[in-house]
Design a protein around this ligand. Structure first.
Ligand SMILES: [Zn+2]
Length: 390
């Protein structure tokens, strides 16, 4: 236990130190709406991209002022320069707030439309869904070749790839690039466009670099794909034995539901050990599954499960307390709502109807009031989704 926490602490501190290795760009903090807040990248760059920045929820995303955004885009431009892409980003003031987008899903992501000649960057607390995928998702470009992309706020303790990699990866999708790999196929972890971005994912191949020349424009393509249905081939169905390893290795794109929708409760419940408070296998190498892995497991149980799996999820949501699992429960709760569109159950609908009250979460447990409020709010989203026709 102690070693585990030390390990987490160390990696967070390490991320903080390594996150500050470039000089700060010049930023106009209070630029008027539409006025230039910063210009980063090569001043002589052939391509200048205007960037409009949005974020959800003012309270939880306070780190993302225009200065932070300029810094990160400077990282992106410097790294892409080594890959033959010479861009300058002109960030327009001020950061716009769209509170409805705190936790983004497919429906909500339709509320910001692409416009020609401008890249729109939207920073949110969580991305619950992206096309066919659900779970722990770091970035989403709702439509390939459209200059609008979403990124989850960076969490240096849980998100392995540096933030610039995720931003550059989504820009690649916005410039109409596919993933070159997929679960179950040979992966190419060194490439920015891998489906599983890692710290070392910094390479663009020639045709990819060329696509960045179109970043910021609407790229018309013969076929459009939702972001994770964007594989040029369809993902193979996963059988019950393959499920646990798949979830344990799932990357920052969440889990594709299409290949799992046929699984029954018994198969889905094989994921439950990932969610138990203590490691189920005790040996030197075992650690508790990461937050992304636990999140993906709970979301699959909630979104694809029938009676038994949903009962497990409801019990998990109420049993776990404390801030450590709060974020996982928020994902799970929303997935339980979406899951009612596939497999509605009386018990879950009743549960969600009760869960919209803060008192439901606070009674008898030492939950901080803020956690109860967040859970009640997620339950309201979930109940709305449960009552929506898919
Ligand atoms: Zn991707």
């Amino acid at each position: 236990m102690r070693f585990r926490f030390q390990g987490i602490l160390f990696s967070c501190i390490f991320a903080l130190i390594t996150g500050c290795n470039s000089t700060a760009p010049k930023v106009v903090e209070n630029a008027a709406p539409g006025a230039l807040a910063c210009s980063v990248g090569d001043q002589a760059a052939g391509r200048v991209i205007q960037v409009e920045v949005w974020r959800g929820r003012d309270d939880s995303l306070s780190a993302y002022g225009v200065g932070q955004v300029c810094q990160r885009l400077q990282d992106v431009s410097r790294q892409l320069l080594t890959q033959g892409v010479n861009l300058r980003f002109e960030v327009l003031g001020s950061v716009q707030i769209h509170t409805g987008l705190g936790r983004a899903n497919n429906n909500l992501m339709q509320s910001i439309q692409a416009s020609e000649g401008q890249l729109k960057l939207v920073i949110v607390d969580a991305i619950a869904q992206c096309g066919d995928a659900a779970g722990y998702i770091l970035g989403c470009t709702p439509q390939l070749g459209r200059p609008v992309f979403y990124v989850k706020r960076h969490d240096s303790c849980n998100d392995r790839a540096p933030e610039w990699v995720i931003w550059a990866h989504e820009m690649g999708h916005a410039a109409a690039l596919y993933h070159p790999d997929a679960p179950g196929l040979a992966t190419v972890p060194e490439r920015i466009m891998t489906y599983m971005p890692m710290p070392q994912s910094s390479v663009l191949v020639t045709y990819e670099s060329a696509n960045f020349a179109q970043l910021g424009s609407i790229v018309n393509m013969p076929r459009m794909h939702a972001a994770t249905g964007m594989l040029p081939f369809s993902a193979a169905r996963i059988n019950a034995e393959q499920l646990l390893p798949l979830v344990q290795e799932a990357g920052p794109h969440g889990v594709s539901l299409g290949q799992l929708a046929h699984l029954d409760d018994a198969a889905l419940l094989s994921l439950a050990p990932l969610l138990e408070p203590e490691p189920t296998v005790v040996n030197a190498a075992s650690t508790r599954p990461s937050v992304p892995v636990q999140t993906n497991a709970l979301v699959l149980l909630a979104e694809l499960g029938k009676g038994e799996a949903q009962a497990y999820v409801r019990q998990y949501l109420r049993r776990q307390i404390g801030s450590e699992t709060l974020n996982i429960r928020l994902y799970g709760l929303q997935a339980l709502g979406r899951g009612q569109q596939r497999h509605p159950t009386e018990e879950s609908l009743t549960f969600l109807a009760q869960a919209i009250e803060e008192g439901f979460w606070c009674v008898g447990a030492q939950q901080p009031a803020q956690a109860c409020a967040a859970l009640a709010e997620a339950a309201r989203d979930a109940l709305r989704d449960a009552q929506t026709k898919p």
